[in-house]
Design a binder for this molecule. Structure first.
Ligand SMILES: C[S@@+](CC[C@H](N)C(=O)[O-])C[C@H]1O[C@@H](n2cnc3c(N)ncnc32)[C@H](O)[C@@H]1O
Length: 204
């Protein structure tokens, strides 16, 4: 009988794959360099993903506005924002415990004092807290039901006038994701399109 081993997905809550630590460097637009530790069992362990780069480019917030990185992985989005906006409170959540541990260590290693990392499914870990800006590079591989639920939870955790950003690959359903976001918020636009990715923005 043939036995098919299922590969561990990056959204597994408790990864068991053997550790494979790596260091990833990322230069922000203002020239500052961030250094991250990554590992097996998390999303994009070898580099800052191209979609993530497009998302970081597109997100704008005033220093002091609160920010949530939904599905933070090892932390490139939330930590970039926390470094750029030192007066903002930054929250980072992920279902993957290994990703959360890396994000916590990466925030500390990059001198970030205004970010907290919480582990849990969707927005459950933040309770009734609301944010001015929420951004996500969503877990497309987890399927539409998960991604669409995260979009709805994000809408419900935004302050009035708050902005939601999501990035998706043009060839991996960015069109249908935009339609869903538009239907959920009643508005949408695309502040960034590049490298085969589209960043979708909506306002509550
Ligand atoms: C495409 S990755 C993006 C990671 C990181 N933001 C980046 O850009 O490198 C999506 C992330 O969402 C997380 N995720 C998947 N399902 C989730 C859920 N139900 N609740 C919270 N996070 C989830 C995954 O573990 C993964 O880290």
């Amino acid at each position: 009988m043939e036995v098919c081993a299922l590969a561990e997905q990056y959204f597994t809550p408790s990864p068991t794959s053997a550790h494979e630590r790596r260091t990833v460097r990322y230069r922000m637009r203002d020239g500052r360099e961030l250094v991250f530790e990554t590992d097996a069992g998390v999303f994009s362990k070898g580099r800052v993903d191209r979609g993530t780069r497009e998302l970081i480019k597109a997100v704008t917030l005033d220093d002091g506005e609160s920010f949530l990185d939904l599905g933070c992985g090892w932390g490139p989005v939330g930590i970039s924002v926390a470094v750029s906006c030192p007066r903002s409170e930054v929250w980072m959540v992920d279902v993957n415990e290994r990703a959360c541990e890396l994000a916590r260590a990466n925030a500390q290693a990059n001198g970030v004092r205004n970010a907290a990392v919480l582990c849990g499914d969707g927005l459950a870990a933040v309770g009734g807290q609301k944010f001015d800006v929420i951004a996500t590079n969503p877990p497309i591989r987890a399927g539409k039901a998960v991604v669409y639920r995260l979009v709805e939870e994000a809408r419900d955790h935004l302050n009035p006038g708050g902005r939601f950003y999501a990035v998706a690959r043009t060839k991996q359903g960015a069109g249908s994701l935009r339609e869903f976001i538009h239907a959920t918020f009643g508005n949408s636009d695309e502040p960034e399109i590049g490298g085969g990715y589209r960043v979708i923005r909506a306002t509550r």
